[in-house]
Design a protein around this ligand. Structure first.
Ligand SMILES: C[S@@+](CC[C@H](N)C(=O)[O-])C[C@H]1O[C@@H](n2cnc3c(N)ncnc32)[C@H](O)[C@@H]1O
Length: 215
C-alpha cells in the first residue's frame, strides 16, 4: 500500500468525513444483515480487519455478548472512536496495525470479518491476506468480507457514485484498489475456503464469504 493511501486514513479529516457518511451509505444495512445471518451465534472469538470505529464488531456482539472481539486498524482517529465505543467493554481489544503487513500474532478465531477496508490494500497483499485469514480461522470458521468491489463497467461505476450522492465530477478515493467479485471469489477458493460465494450485492457493495473446511 502506498504512503499516500495509508496517510489518507490516518488523518482525522478523512476518518471523520467517512464516519459522517457511514450511516447514509445506501443498502449498507442490508449487507450487514446478511453478514450477521452468516456468523454463528456461538462464536467465541471474532477478528475485524479495518475495524474503523468498531461498528461491525459492535453489531456482531449485540447477539453474541459472550464473544470476544479484536479490531485492527491503521488509523488513530478511527481507533480513538472505537475506544470510546468500547470503553466499558473489556471483551474488545483494539490494535493499531497496518494490514499491508502480515497479521499480528493474535491467535485464532471462529469468525474473521471486515467491512469496506481490504479494498485499500494492493491486490497482491489482498491475496496474501486471504491466506493469512484462512490460517487464523478455526476449522468451520467463517470469513465474511463486506466489501467495496469494482464495477464491471464505467457506467455502473458512475451509477454507484451517483447513488451515493457524489457530484458528477467526484474524485475516486486515492486509497481505493477495487477488484471485481469474480476474481476475489477465485482467490478465496485458491487458499482453501469452501462454500465461497457472493452472498449479497448492490452495485459496488458485496458480501464475499467463505468457510474454512472441517477436517
Ligand atoms: C471505509 S472505512 C471502514 C471502517 C469500518 N470497517 C466500517 O465498516 O465502518 C476503512 C477502514 O480501513 C482502515 N484501513 C485502511 N487501510 C488500512 C491498512 N493498511 N491497515 C489497517 N487499516 C486500514 C481505515 O483506517 C478505515 O478505518
Amino acid at each position: 500500500m502506498s504512503g499516500i493511501a495509508v496517510s489518507e486514513w490516518t488523518t482525522t479529516e478523512h476518518a471523520l468525513s467517512y464516519l459522517s457518511r457511514a450511516d447514509a451509505i445506501p443498502h449498507r444495512t442490508e449487507g450487514e444483515r446478511v453478514l450477521l445471518d452468516h456468523v454463528s451465534g456461538t462464536v467465541r472469538r471474532i477478528l475485524d480487519l479495518g475495524t474503523g470505529d468498531g461498528r461491525l464488531l459492535a453489531l456482531l456482539r449485540i447477539d453474541r455478548p459472550e464473544s470476544t472481539g479484536v479490531g485492527i486498524d491503521i488509523s488513530d482517529p478511527m481507533l480513538a472512536r472505537a475506544r470510546e465505543r468500547f470503553v466499558d467493554d473489556k471483551r474488545v481489544e483494539l490494535l493499531h496495525h497496518d494490514l499491508a503487513m502480515p497479521l499480528p500474532d493474535v491467535g485464532t478465531f471462529d469468525a474473521i470479518v471486515s467491512c469496506f477496508a481490504i479494498h485499500h490494500l494492493e491486490d497482491e497483499r489482498k491475496r496474501w491476506l486471504y491466506g493469512e485469514v484462512f490460517a487464523r480461522l478455526e476449522p468451520g470458521g467463517v470469513f465474511a468480507n463486506l466489501e467495496h468491489v469494482a464495477s464491471p463497467t464505467e457506467r455502473l461505476h458512475r451509477r454507484f457514485y451517483d447513488a451515493l450522492g457524489f457530484e458528477p465530477d467526484w474524485e475516486e478515493d486515492a486509497s481505493n484498489r477495487l477488484v471485481d467479485v469474480e476474481s476475489q471469489l477465485g482467490w478465496l477458493r485458491e487458499v482453501g475456503f469452501e462454500d465461497v460465494d457472493c452472498y449479497w450485492k448492490w452495485l459496488e457493495l458485496a458480501l464475499l464469504l467463505g468457510l474454512k473446511p472441517r477436517p
